[in-house]
Design a protein around this ligand. Structure first.
Ligand code: ATP
Ligand code: AMO
Length: 433
């Protein structure tokens, strides 16, 4: 297989070997065609029945669809071929036959339901549209990493088996760890904060988070990809600037490097969002939601934004926007309050536009205030000693955020369900594959 060329690089005049999948067979009587598909595209193989060895014709035209084949022969120009060239074969080998009955149709001619697709992701990702989503997802992560590097941050990886939760006690998956209580990590929050006090100062992580969400919705997963950033010596405003940069870089990367994939998905007007996202305060947000009249009851200070409220505001504002200055009581213990107003926090969310995409804020870096915050939220500071004690050895002011990786892809491509953006989603019903 070493001398193999891809279907896309087969040029007229070449003698080639291509390997791929038997995408389609068209038998027109005296002439028949096998379409071979690989990751780069498709190529037609022509069988002229009277002029070719019977066994060769039989192998190439009776192979079951989706079998893995290798075809060797001469590449010729042919106007009527879908790509303008075709292979006149000297040999066809069936490397791995496929069952004639397939659980879904990779040519996409027959639609399959999402659960069938998820049960058969290997076949599903032979469809151009499904494959395009994951090529775009890879570009989102690549361009985010590049933007993080330009921001001068170092990539870290932190433990996923942990002793404590951070984002509220009810959403933890317990596991047994050599007889000790342990959990799957909900967020790298505390570890990334510990690293801003290290010599690294500015860090990012792209990794899994685990949340025992009880509800089954089109925008929640039980295992998601968190794109985390944390930096010393910045405030929440500068953290929002960095967040805008990374989100925009992801869109720019996709616009610049995924033209074919966007075309496959039917986006002819893919837009990179404008430089600065509007920043609304929480107070303005609830006023604007109330003014839409979409909710049965008016929101008051201290309420979390309900899903219908987020939708109404998203329709009203359009595009990405931040909600800032949240009530301290509905933000986690590690978020810093304004120095001149303990009721008001520096926490922020980025909406895209009717779904939360990012949460972040400036962090409480003062030891005494941090410990008080634990107590105020009913958490035992002792259990977090591994974290709080580092705040006694020189912890700089810092801020950061986390983007939900799947939500970024979902909102970017307007996917109806977050599961479309995960190879093997974990939800209430799904633990395998
Ligand atoms: P024979 O080839 O023995 O005459 P046939 O009548 O089945 O038998 P053609 O008339 O050559 O074959 O072609 C049948 C159809 O296939 C026609 O519509 C023709 O346009 C199309 N066709 C022929 N050669 C090619 C090719 N290389 N690529 C794409 N389409 C082709
Ligand atoms: P938060 O809990 O808001 O913040 O999570 C950050 C972002 O992660 C995504 N997300 C999810 N995506 C899919 N399914 C889920 N169950 C899920 N849960 C979260 C969302 C969300 O905006 N430690 C803070 C971040 C920080 O302050 O740096 C945190 O985890 O897009």
């Amino acid at each position: 297989m070493n001398d193999r060329t891809t279907t896309a690089s087969a040029e007229p005049g070449d003698d080639v070997t291509v390997a791929g999948w038997a995408h389609e067979i068209r038998d027109l009587g005296g002439i028949a065609f096998l379409i071979v598909r690989d990751r780069t595209g498709k190529i037609q193989v022509k069988f002229e029945k009277d002029a070719m060895d019977d066994e060769l014709v039989e192998t190439g035209t009776e192979v079951a669809r989706e079998s893995v084949v290798s075809v060797s022969g001469a590449v010729e120009e042919e106007e009527r071929a879908p790509t303008g060239v075709e292979i006149v074969p000297d040999s066809v080998e069936v490397i791995a036959p496929a069952d004639p009955e397939l659980p879904l149709d990779p040519s996409g001619k027959v639609d399959a339901e999402l659960p069938t697709r998820l049960d058969n992701r290997t076949l599903d990702l032979r469809r151009e549209e499904a494959k395009a989503i994951f090529e775009i997802r890879a570009e989102v992560l690549r361009s985010a990493r590049e933007a993080f590097r330009e921001l001068g941050s170092t990539e870290i990886t932190t433990p996923k088996i942990v002793a404590t939760g951070t984002e509220g006690g009810t959403e933890l998956f317990p596991i047994t760890y050599f007889g000790q209580e342990a959990f799957m990590n909900q967020s790298p929050q505390l570890f990334k904060q510990l690293m801003v006090g290290s010599g690294l100062e500015r860090v990012f992580e792209i990794g899994p988070i685990f949340r025992a969400e009880e509800h089954n919705t089109p925008r929640h997963l039980n295992e998601a990809t968190s794109i985390d950033f944390e930096s010393a010596f910045i405030d929440h405003e500068e953290a929002m600037d960095a967040c805008e940069r990374v989100v925009q870089a992801a869109y720019e990367g996709v616009a610049g490097n995924c033209a074919d994939q966007l075309d496959t998905l039917g986006y002819d007007d893919f837009e990179v969002p404008d430089e600065a996202f509007p920043r609304l305060t929480y107070e303005e947000a609830i006023e604007r939601i109330n003014a839409t009249g979409e909710l049965d009851t008016q929101l008051v200070w201290g309420d979390d934004l309900p899903t219908e409220g987020e939708k109404a505001l998203g329709d009203d504002v359009g595009g990405h926007y931040f909600v800032t200055d949240w009530p301290s009581e509905i933000k986690p213990f590690y978020i810093k309050d304004y120095d001149d107003d303990a009721e008001l926090s520096t926490g922020f969310d980025l909406m895209a536009p009717d779904m939360e995409l990012v949460s972040g804020g400036q962090r409480e870096h003062r030891y005494d205030q941090l410990v008080e915050g634990f107590e105020a939220q009913g958490l035992d500071p002792e259990a977090f000693d591994y974290y709080t004690k580092m705040f006694r050895y020189g912890m700089p002011p810092h801020a950061g955020w986390a983007i939900g990786g799947e939500r970024l892809v979902m909102t970017m491509l307007d996917l109806p369900n977050i599961r479309e953006a995960v190879l093997f989603p974990r939800d209430r019903q799904r633990l395998s594959p």
